[in-house]
Write a new protein. Structure first.
Length: 349
């Protein structure tokens, strides 16, 4: 399915490639492109949608429930293979527009093409050429892979209407300090650079250890909760029904990316510190990650256009040039540029 998507208002035109509008120009930062290309390796291999994704998703976005999506116009930043786009469309969203910067969008398109309310777009979530028309914007497992997570957070809020809501799930620093100390150096120097096949083979080893621990030790109790006395008790026991290759995917996902920040709670709270947000909640998920929810108040926020380093619902967005798109896909990773690292954060890039 090819074609052109035109904007009646500004006459901009965007190519449609294999069913997916390409809303990205040649001006995307190379580190973001490299990250998306590495993740495309993941999502173009583990392409299928699995029954346990719904429970997992509702865990990540809680206290939101499936009812919160019904009848809503939803924006998703970083959709990967479209597993959450498919769910939200099935929950009864009026429409969901899901953006990703990598070639995983073509998998997402295939996974959602039967759903008329699901729309997959290739683009950078910090530069969606749209007005603040969305009722709800969510992002699961994405912002911590951006060179500037706070820009990702404010860009998502920038597409939400007054009174609409955002929900973001990100890696937490608390309880994960050992990852930043021991795993991250290996990820940065080795695993984010090695070929896909080698990384998949390598991922099988920690996945096998996890598998054994989950099967032998991490049994949920009668209340469905994991053993509180063991590290990652709730998290690991929640994976008891997963097939082995899902554990491989989880390990691969941790190791494949050039950028991963583990964010302290205070940092996530800072994203919502301005007057443009209310009802802010930052919840510790499985004692290892953060789910942040907030309501967007546009009239309270400062007016303005796209600005790096500004936090709030007005901090980003605006059309970007549609020229010379480069689709980050497997085997198409440009070399990383590491110039825009935020030295204040723990993790990467
Ligand atoms: C760990 S995956 C999570 C995908 C999906 N949310 C899920 O949970 O299945 C992170 C995704 O974010 C995408 N991503 C990273 N930076 C992005 C950006 N600036 N704009 C759009 N997508 C981005 C990557 O391409 C990748 O598919």
């Amino acid at each position: 399915m090819q074609g052109v998507l035109g904007c009646r208002g500004c006459a901009a035109e965007f190519r449609i490639k294999d069913g997916v509008p390409v809303l990205v120009g040649g001006n995307v930062d190379r580190l973001k492109t490299e990250t998306a290309a590495r993740f495309a390796e993941e999502w173009t291999r583990w392409t299928d949608l699995r029954p346990y994704y719904e429970k997992q998703f509702l865990g990540w976005v809680a206290p939101f429930t499936r009812e919160d999506f019904v009848g809503q116009v939803v924006f998703e930043g970083g959709c990967g293979k479209g597993r959450h786009a498919e769910l939200v469309a099935r929950f009864g969203a009026k429409d969901i527009v899901s953006v990703d910067l990598g070639a995983s969008v073509f998998v997402a398109f295939e996974n959602t093409r039967h759903l008329p309310n699901a729309h997959i777009v290739l683009g950078d979530l910090t530069l969606p050429p749209v007005k603040p028309v969305f009722d709800l914007a969510f992002s699961v497992g994405v912002l911590h892979h951006m060179p500037r997570p706070e820009i990702g957070a404010s860009s998502m809020a920038a597409v939400v209407r007054d009174g609409g809501r955002v929900v973001y799930w990100v890696y937490g620093l608390e309880n994960n300090e050992w990852i930043t100390r021991f795993v991250d150096p290996l990820r940065r120097s080795i695993t984010s650079k090695i070929p896909y096949r080698a990384l998949r083979a390598l991922s099988a080893v920690p996945a096998a250890l996890m598998w054994a621990a989950i099967k032998l030790v991490y049994r949920p109790g009668p209340d469905g909760k994991g053993p509180a006395r063991l590290p990652y008790g709730q998290y690991l026991s929640s994976m008891r029904g997963f097939p082995f290759d899902e554990l491989e995917l989880i390990v691969f996902d941790q190791l494949v990316t050039p950028v991963a920040y583990y964010l302290p709670k205070a940092e996530v709270e800072r994203w919502f510190a301005g007057p443009g947000f209310e009802d802010v909640q930052v919840r510790w998920h499985n004692q290892m990650s953060w789910t942040a929810t907030a309501r967007v108040r546009r009239e309270a926020a400062a007016p303005g256009g796209a600005r790096e380093g500004v936090t709030g619902p007005e901090a980003a967005a605006g059309p970007e040039a549609a020229a010379a798109p480069e689709i980050p896909g497997p085997g198409r990773s440009p070399a990383a540029s590491r110039t825009d690292r935020d030295p204040g954060l723990v993790g990467d890039a």
